[in-house]
Design a protein around this ligand. Sequence first.
Ligand SMILES: [Zn+2]
Length: 438
Amino acid sequence: MIIIETKNILINNGTLISPDSDGTIKTIKNTSILIENDRITEISNKISKNSLDKIIDGENKIIMPSIVNTHTHTSMSLFRGLGDDLELDSWLNDYIWPIESKLDSNIVYHGALLSHIEMIKSGTTTFNDMYFFMEDVGDATIDSGIRGCLSYGMIDFEDEEKRKSEIKNSLKLLNYCKGKDRLKGFLGPHSPITASEKLLLESRKIANKYDAKLHIHINETKKEVHDTLNTKNMRSFQYLEDIGFLGDDVIAAHCVWLSDEEIDIIGEYDVKVSYNPSSNMKLSSGIAPIDKLIKKGISVSLGSDGSASNNNLDMFEEIKIGSLLQKVHTSNPKVLNADESFKLITINGAKALGLDNEIGSIEIGKKADIVLIDTLSPNLTPNTNSLISHLIYSGNGSNVNTTICNGEILMENRELKILNERDTIEKANDITQELKSR
Ligand SMILES: [Zn+2]
């Protein structure tokens, strides 16, 4: 458990860039932020406070909300570089699933911790994760000081016994997350192809009962669309609507192959779409019609997917790739502009996870999940031009100077405060080597 040592923190005289309550992106120069315990209590250019525990110099810094990553498999960072340049089917069947069958809780814990360090160092403090041994991902999240929405990835392939055990694992996770400050338990039926109708419906029932969200992969590949058409005689979103699975609490990762009817269904049910451009490009899955979705008023956020198919968790890199991909896809440089892109990685992510009352923007009363960006960097110069443009089109994770989550400083001047970076990396190398020899 983390003991909060610093109670009152003043971030003094920086440039604030954040979505406003009406959704527009505001930039305010020479302003200061007061954090008391875990919350933002004042935003002003003249804060006078006597009993401060810590002052952070905001000069030459952008103060922005911490990034939200809405689709991850954090422990898969241990498989980074394993089986590159393959299609999804062969990548999963020949490389990922064989090694995943040998996982244990200790390996999953250390894989998650490795990802948490990478996220903290690149400005992300909230992630939406689906995997196995999820209580261990939860333990790693508690130890690293960030926020996690956790789902146990349920796959039953129509097997009755498997379905029962998958549901049992999910209920265990929901109970584990109960009452833990920075954790939320979600339901994770893997996809409409790998999860049976019974499993999908049972997940929906439990989600309603526990007020938990549903995290699922939908229409990632053309093959998935064909498989659903062959087995259900419908496309995925039509099938999911038909069985009564959809709702505004569904977070649908990928959504690469969508018919116009499916886009209408997504809009009608207010399904939250997680856009995963790097993974979709690397596995050659396709290009999600994000511009169309946004024009329909559908809530889109950004996910990295696992590091085995990305291959990193740098959300600055991800949003740049995501924005450029939409521009080339539509032959229109105006789509997914810098302001819209900034929303995808902040307030839209928070909305998708049901956390927008707490995080996703820097506003009085919200949790202090804040990142400082060092503008005295060659790739963010000149500072007289648009800083929001710099963040989206020129920035990268290494420009993050300081990361705060829940009022706790997790990294300052690029030095981790809670986790030991060297030990975590060495441990990750050792256990991966051991795993491969099993
Ligand atoms: Zn995924």
